[in-house]
Design a protein around this ligand. Structure first.
Ligand code: ZN
Length: 466
């Protein structure tokens, strides 16, 4: 009886404590009102479009390490000052600079026809114009099986399949293998050059650029060129007809030594816990074929505008909100690694990090990688974002965006507001990545989602570390 009584009291107590937990307020009424107000303001604001228009028009293409990227850093600094950030600075780092230079590539057999191509990042120049027969490989796997020195005096062409469009961009990593490591096998086999099908989901005659992977600290000794999907289709059909393929190729792309780049850091200093940092951002550099509107002028605009709207609230959130405009992302996450190194001792104070680097189509999902209690907070934030058409996704999704990888690897918690990526790989790294591709209403929805969620996390006292 005594035991039963104790059990009953225990049960009552445990029900009571569950109720206390459930009743604990993770987001106050006032915070919810502020977040809702931020979303409404963002949906009516032109600030994001103004930012990405200015960046892509006044600065233009911004290859990592270039003079243009330096102009972009100064642009970012001035923008931060104008928008009312409390502190603004540039943190420099050094990096090797690869320049694209001029390219000409044409089919010479079975007949003369220009191809639309572009050098891949890290590729070597042609010593003199290459005129050579082409050996066709159906995909990267076929090339990986090639014997050493079996392609001497020839050009290898890696075909593959066009990327299938999807909301999440699934398939990119796999398709990207030919761009990343194809050169290592072509070079091992003694080929004079490598040509690959572009990694993209469009059927326009735009080549998709992108960085190759180094082999340890070694880069390609041969030219490596991506051609457009329709050009790759054309080569496949000619190959299937049994026609001998030959090309003429001249490329000037090359490494040009050490230069400086940098990250732009804009802070809204927290009112109660200024040492705790909620980091958001995008990358300031772009590939040089287009003006980097979608990749990643949009991410710069979304995160800077979101923080600028929060800056207009009567009171700063409790924690510091930091916008980082990362440098030299496309050429190997160089700004991200520099940031993680320069802030190594202080990463423990980074309570959360997230990057927008997947275009500017509508955000549809919020995922996170935080501790169980903070997961409840993110659940509550997702409910507040639901009028924007955003649903809650996984609570154990690592990532946060490319430039967040080095920080996340050191234990910084992450969330990600996932954009619909259906059209992203039509434009990705092509000359077609231009301002007209950004829909102002969709961009505003992105800013609304960032402003509300980042405000709520920065004004919270919930610890997010796993
Ligand atoms: Zn990007």
């Amino acid at each position: 009886m005594q035991q039963l009584k104790r059990l009953t009291i225990g049960a009552v107590l445990s029900i009571f404590s569950v109720q206390i937990l459930a009743a604990q307020v993770l987001i106050t009424k006032e915070q919810k009102q502020n977040a809702t107000q931020l979303m409404q303001t963002a949906l009516k604001s032109d600030l994001g479009m103004e930012i990405v228009t200015s960046l892509t028009t006044e600065i233009g293409p911004r290859l990592g390490g270039s003079e243009a990227e330096k102009r972009a850093r100064n642009w970012g600094l001035k923008l931060g000052e104008r928008l009312g950030f409390d502190t603004t600075k540039i943190e420099e780092f050094t990096m090797p600079f690869w320049d694209r230079g001029h390219l000409h590539i044409s089919l010479t057999s079975p007949y003369q026809q220009d191809l639309y191509g572009t050098a891949l990042g890290g590729a070597a120049p042609t010593k003199e114009t290459i005129n050579a027969n082409v050996v066709y490989f159906r995909d990267i796997h076929a090339l990986t099986e090639v014997k050493d020195n079996s392609l001497t005096g020839k050009v290898a062409f890696i075909d593959g399949d066009m990327m299938v469009k999807s909301q999440t961009g699934a398939g990119y990593g796999q398709a990207n293998q030919r761009r990343r490591i194809g050169w290592q096998h072509a070079q091992r086999a003694g080929a004079s050059a490598l040509v690959v099908r572009s990694v993209g989901s469009d059927s326009h005659r735009f080549p998709h650029s992108g960085m190759m992977s180094s082999d340890g600290d070694k880069w390609a000794d041969i030219p490596v060129i991506a051609i457009s999907n329709p050009d790759a289709d054309h080569l496949r059909r000619l190959h299937n007809l049994g026609k001998p393929l030959a090309i003429s190729l001249h490329s000037e792309s090359k490494w040009k030594g050490e230069v400086s780049s940098g990250n732009v850091i804009l802070d809204l200093i927290g009112s109660e816990k200024p040492e705790e940092i909620v980091l958001i951002g995008g990358h300031l550099d772009s590939w040089d074929l287009g003006t980097g509107a979608v990749d990643d002028g949009a991410g710069i605009a979304i995160t800077t505008a979101a923080a600028a709207l929060i800056a207009k609230l009567p009171k700063r959130p409790k924690r510091t909100i930091r916008v980082v405009m990362f440098g030299a992302e496309e050429v190997g996450l160089l700004g991200a690694f520099a940031y993680a190194k320069q802030h190594e001792a202080n990463l423990k104070n980074h309570v959360l990090a997230t990057e927008s680097d997947f275009g500017a189509q509508t955000i549809w999902q919020l995922v996170s990688n935080v501790n169980p209690k903070a997961t409840l907070l993110i659940d509550e934030i997702a409910k507040i974002l639901s009028p924007l058409g955003i649903v809650r996704g996984g609570s154990d999704v690592a990532g946060g965006g490319p430039d967040i990888i080095p920080m996340a690897a050191k234990g910084v918690p992450t969330i990600r507001l996932n954009q619909n990526g259906r059209d992203y790989f039509d434009l990705h790294h092509t000359p077609d990545d231009t301002l007209d591709k950004i829909n102002p209403n969709e961009l505003a929805q992105n800013i609304a989602a960032y402003a509300a969620s980042i405000y709520l996390i920065a004004d919270s006292e919930v610890e997010l570390k796993p």
